[in-house]
Design a binder for this molecule. Structure first.
Ligand SMILES: [Zn+2]
Length: 458
């Protein structure tokens, strides 16, 4: 068995050879790398066996350590292929990816590194395509400065979620991508004659000016204007994934009255809240920004009675957006009603809100009998109607929330809730009171009180 100079040379420069030191040693002592029949006989029996059985595989593995490079080779002087020793017309570089060693080879040897494995028809076709690609890429590298890097940069920009491309830039990017496919990627594996270098130069110029404009856009977006789409907002926008909104934002190159409520980025919302705090119309309320569940962060409470109203950020920004964009506090008139409609009294304030309702109504019509937050139950006596009522506590407070906010007695609301009330009989009330652990004595007291009230009324 023998190993020719070309294969022996490749073996010596490959990392795998260090696992076969005995073979390295016998090749390296020769000035012309190879393994002759005579050398082979000097090896031990087991070493000979290894070579007979494994050499094809070893050689294949060595070959896989190398990759063809496409680089400008104009500066490489004429010489001989470092693998086979033949003089080459056009040099190519191959690089060992494990040890960084570079060899300069001719156009025949380069083919071993572009995919020929079994020498089949498919292999050859594949290898030809790869060789074409290699030649084409090299040709472009030699003729157009930075082309390869620029095509990569286009992809990087596409994947960078912190960059928000406006409509113009997005269209430009899409056109460039389309052209790159037509003029570059789809022709890469074909013969060089299909490449139109002038067109590629034009695309390259377009890419360079595109990067310039992206740079300007990034600067514009991050210059501190609160309605501009900075990198943080841009990142959060990618989670919205709503084409209509994104289109509107791209078109306006910033946040508008139509899109403000879609921005959920916490820093942006906190800036909006700060702006709302400055509005004189809102000076009597305190606005709190909750970062933990920032989607429902707007808590407002009236200073007078400390009841907390919770509003979703989206609703809050929708209601107050005109003020946020124009800064005109006249636009805030009548917004409180709108705000109350969208708001919910927070869990913490249920009891407080209830006590305010009964303070307002207590002297007139309503007497609280049971208020149980745990089971969300409210039972009260309505003197006017001479009846006992059972209600869902949270709903009850919701109905009366405007009364709580305005701190006044709103008669219309009583009619509003009438349909939702459950009238209770005395025995039903007795059962509920017993279940709640009231003693017979207390229950009797309650009934006496109700009966007395009814008598007074008559
Ligand atoms: Zn060669």
């Amino acid at each position: 068995m023998t190993i020719n100079n070309k294969d022996a040379t490749l073996f010596i420069y490959s990392e795998l050879s260090f696992e076969y030191i005995w073979l390295r040693n016998i090749i390296l002592i020769k000035s012309y790398y190879c393994l002759t029949e005579n050398d082979f006989r000097q090896l031990s029996y087991s070493q000979q066996e290894i070579l007979r059985n494994e050499w094809t595989q070893i050689h294949f593995q060595c070959q896989k350590e190398w990759k063809a490079l496409y680089e400008n080779m104009d500066e490489v002087p004429k010489g001989k292929c470092e693998l086979c020793g033949t003089s080459y017309k056009k040099p190519y570089k191959i690089k060992n990816e494990k040890n960084g060693k570079i060899l300069i080879v001719g156009s025949t040897c380069i083919q071993h590194f572009t995919g020929i494995i079994n020498n089949s028809k498919d292999d050859r076709k594949n290898a030809e395509a790869k060789l074409n690609e290699l030649k084409n890429r090299q040709f472009i590298v030699e003729n157009i400065n930075g082309f390869e890097d620029n095509t990569k940069r286009i992809k990087t920009i596409e994947e960078d979620k912190s960059i928000f491309l406006n409509e113009t830039l997005l269209n430009e990017k899409n056109e460039i991508t389309q052209l790159l496919y037509q003029e570059f990627s789809s022709k890469l594996k074909k013969d060089k004659k299909f490449l139109n270098i002038e067109n590629l130069k034009k695309i390259n110029k377009r890419m360079i000016s595109f990067f310039d404009n992206v740079q300007k856009q990034v600067k514009y977006c991050n210059d501190g204007g609160i309605f501009k789409i900075n990198s943080l907002i841009s990142k959060s926008l990618h989670t919205i994934n709503d084409d209509k909104i994104l289109k509107a934002l791209r078109k306006n190159n910033g946040i508008t009255t139509n899109t403000i409520s879609y921005i959920e980025e916490p820093t942006f919302i906190s800036k909006m809240i700060d702006k709302l705090r400055e509005c004189p119309e809102l000076s009597h309320v305190e606005i709190i920004f909750e970062t933990i569940e920032f989607k429902e962060l707007g808590i407002i409470f009236k200073e007078k009675n400390r009841v907390e109203y919770r509003v979703k950020t989206k609703d809050m920004l929708d209601i107050f957006k005109e003020y946020l964009f124009n800064g005109d506090s006249n636009l805030m008139k009548n917004k409180e009603g709108e705000f109350l409609n969208k708001s919910v009294i927070s869990k913490n304030s249920l009891t407080l809100a209830l006590s305010i309702i009964f303070d307002n109504y207590g002297n007139h019509d309503l007497e609280e009998l049971i208020c149980d937050e745990k089971s969300n139950l409210l039972i009260y006596f309505d003197r006017k109607k001479n009846r006992i009522f059972k209600l869902n506590l949270k709903e009850f407070v919701q109905y009366y929330k405007i009364d709580v906010y305005e701190n006044r007695h709103g008669k219309n609301i009583i009619n509003q809730i009438e349909d939702n009330e459950n009238k209770l009989t005395y025995s039903e009330l007795r059962n509920i009171l017993k279940q709640k652990g009231y003693s017979d004595e207390t229950i009797n007291d309650i009934f006496t009180m109700i009966k007395q009230e009814m008598k007074d009324k008559k």
